[in-house]
Design a protein around this ligand. Structure first.
Ligand SMILES: Nc1ncnc2c1ncn2[C@@H]1O[C@H](COP(=O)(O)OP(=O)(O)OP(=O)(O)O)[C@@H](O)[C@H]1O
Length: 239
């Protein structure tokens, strides 16, 4: 494992009841690095992210943030230590305003609400005119940006994103790409992004890992991405 890694998952095993889903997942991410996780539906990508944030227990393995073992910590403790999460489907609080959604993300960080909102608007200017609108009244792309701003409001060191392009218009996907790269570099974030959109992953990722059947099966060189068949079986060697 790379010594400079900020975030490392090793041999993670997890599932639902007795049904195993993660079968020994190992990967790492450095500060200011964007790691893309690619794989077809049902291969365990969402399960991996939920295990990393602590809403699903893992039966064995290790999750290290800057050398601190998170594996047995509850989700709120992991969030406080710097794990940020943008869930699949965004999970915006539909009845709360945009301002309230962002403030919610900062609740455990102790940061002043006004400063949190100001920074979110500086990061994503499109949010300014939406601040008093209800989250449920936003478009898919606006909600995705809000979910990103809400996660960033907690001042994460590691940002985990689950399918951020799903249901998002192409122009907003480009905004998200640009902003994600900028934020990763400027705030030294380790970003892990699960996606099926190969073009998006090729644009944002420093490294792309392919997941199949609950394991990371290989690192995909960016140059090979266009020709990569994510459904083709790959010999099982962990990256
Ligand atoms: N709550 C649950 N209870 C039982 N099995 C589940 C549950 N959620 C997911 N699974 C199963 O776990 C496996 C992995 O699902 P997961 O959602 O992690 O895959 P994924 O790679 O993220 O796929 P997708 O791209 O469709 O989100 C699938 O076989 C799925 O049916």
């Amino acid at each position: 494992m790379n010594e400079q890694s900020l975030f490392t998952a090793s041999e993670l095993r997890a599932g639902y009841g007795r049904v195993p889903v993660l079968d020994g997942v190992t990967f790492s991410a450095r500060q200011a690095e964007i790691v893309g996780l690619l794989g077809p539906n049902g291969m365990g990508k969402t399960t991996l992210l939920k295990t990393l944030i602590g809403v699903l227990p893992c039966s064995s393995g290790s999750i290290l943030l800057d050398g601190v073992e998170l594996r047995t910590m509850p989700a709120h403790e992991r969030a406080r230590l710097g794990i940020g999460y943008v869930p699949q489907g965004r999970e915006i609080f539909a009845g709360l305003t945009v301002r309230e959604n962002i403030a919610f993300g900062a609740a455990s960080s102790g940061r002043a609400r006004r400063a949190v909102i100001e920074r979110a608007v500086a990061d994503f200017p499109v949010l300014e005119r939406l601040l008093d609108r209800k989250g449920g009244a936003l478009s898919g792309g606006e909600q995705q940006i809000l979910a990103l701003a809400r996660a960033l409001a907690g001042d994460p060191r590691v940002l985990l994103l689950d399918e951020p392009t799903e249901g998002v218009a192409p122009a907003i996907v480009e905004d998200i790409e640009r902003q994600l790269i900028k934020l990763a570099r400027e705030r030294s974030l380790a970003v892990v992004v699960v996606e099926q959109d190969v073009d998006f992953l090729a644009t944002v990722s420093d490294r792309i890992l392919q997941m199949q059947k609950g394991r990371i099966v290989r690192e995909v060189p960016a140059a090979d991405l266009a020709e990569t068949d994510i459904f083709a079986p790959v010999s099982q060697t962990n990256s």
